[in-house]
Design a protein around this ligand. Structure first.
Ligand code: ATP
Ligand code: MG
Length: 368
């Protein structure tokens, strides 16, 4: 069983969109058994999935995984078994109890940490993939999501504030996943996925800056090596002309190496209706972008994939990780370490590591 956590402490960047639509994709296009755990009290993912009649909504995430003593979930396993029989996608919804967790002290946080990392393992016989949608704050819940993950993805909008937040996010990952040798860029950490791209000059300039300075952080299409035929690209002229370099086309090619999702009005509508994007009318462009992103993500989550670039990417991330713990040095050009997440109350990282080692390492049964 793989655990994909979707995290970024910046709000409104598309964490929930990615969690829900990727869950639909894996469950309904690939037949994987998928659990979505909604750790955000806003319950956006839960509400979206609840609107979809092909999904089953189980008991709350807080009651199943966090608040009860670790072995209590066993009593719920029968319910979960039933739910899995009814649908490939089971959601453990959010509720207000989640936000109460933050108000309590270290001892309670330690208990929640223990319960969560233990209980999530009990899902292993029933699910191929668990997707955790996190809340935007760097608190116990989102930290836990990162700490228990086998895989991590971080959506991003190409505005200044979310880009400024990248260093903080990388720092958190390096601290929280310090006992997880697989949580390196290109392996467990899939990377950043630019979302809601628009053809404004500002976004194109931010895109260029980001791609120039932190290329290795951005998820690349699976077909990385394929020479693209620029005449067939869907970028509009405005965007292409902004993106053109002196040779007239190189930037178009570069932009299209990156997994990214443009701004499409149909996406918010699909989320509101709880529909997979491919079931929405007139959303072929959105679906083709998302399909490429999702396919790439699924390939990387599949442990059998042997990506030649992994070693190189791993080295970049390791090098960067060493820098995060030290004083202000550029991690990747233009990104600077800010706060060191030195104290993480209630997080027993070595216990999480021990539980992770016990977790089944069976590959997910994809038909890729
Ligand atoms: N590519 C896109 N095009 C158009 N709308 C989008 C796109 N991506 C996300 N949205 C919409 O933008 C809004 C914010 O997205 P979403 O809720 O997924 O962000 P989030 O990171 O989960 O936010 P929060 O931090 O509050 O949980 C939603 O209404 C969503 O449907
Ligand atoms: Mg959200």
């Amino acid at each position: 069983m793989k655990i994909l956590t979707v995290a970024n402490e910046k709000g409104g960047v598309g964490k929930t969109l990615l969690s829900v639509q990727f869950a639909f994709y894996c469950a309904f296009k690939f037949g994987l058994k998928v659990a979505v755990i909604d750790l955000d009290q806003q319950a956006n993912a839960s509400n979206s999935i609840r609107s979809n009649q092909n999904c089953v909504v189980s008991d709350t995430a807080s009651s199943c995984f966090m608040l009860e003593p670790a072995d209590l979930l066993a009593e719920n396993l029968q319910k979960i078994e039933e739910a899995v029989k009814q649908s490939n996608l089971v959601c453990f919804p959010a509720d207000d109890a989640l936000s109460e967790i933050e108000k309590k002290g270290d001892e309670f946080h330690a208990l929640v940490t223990y319960n969560f990392s233990k209980n999530i393992d009990l899902l292993s016989p029933y699910f191929d993939l668990v997707i955790i949608d996190t809340n935007p704050n760097p608190d116990v819940r989102s930290n836990l999501g990162i700490a228990v993950a086998t895989h991590l993805v971080s959506p991003l909008i190409l505005n200044k504030e979310p880009i400024d937040g990248i260093a903080r996010l990388l720092n958190r990952i390096s601290v929280l996943a310090q006992n997880n040798p697989d949580m390196v860029l290109g392996k467990g950490f899939l990377g950043m996925l630019p979302n809601m791209l628009s053809s404004t000059n500002f976004q194109c300039q931010n895109a260029k800056e980001l791609f120039d300075s932190a290329d290795e952080l951005i998820i690349k299409w699976q077909q990385l090596d394929i020479e693209l035929d620029t005449s067939k690209l869907s970028f509009d002229k405005d965007k292409a002309s902004v993106a053109l370099d002196e040779d007239g086309n190189a930037k178009v090619k570069v932009l299209n190496r990156y997994a990214c999702i443009k701004l499409h009005s149909g996406i918010a509508e699909a989320q509101a209706k709880g529909l997979p994007i491919w079931e929405m009318p007139n959303q072929n462009a959105a679906w083709s972008e998302m399909k490429r992103c999702f396919f790439t993500m699924l390939c990387q989550i599949n442990p059998e994939k042997d990506d030649l670039s992994t070693q190189e990417q791993k080295e970049v991330f390791e090098k960067a990780s060493k820098l995060y713990g030290k004083s202000a040095k550029p991690i990747v050009k233009n990104f600077w370490m800010t706060d060191v997440a030195a104290s993480l109350p209630g997080m027993n990282l070595s216990e999480i590591q021990r539980l992770r080692e016990m977790r089944s390492s069976a590959p997910i049964s994809t038909v890729l």
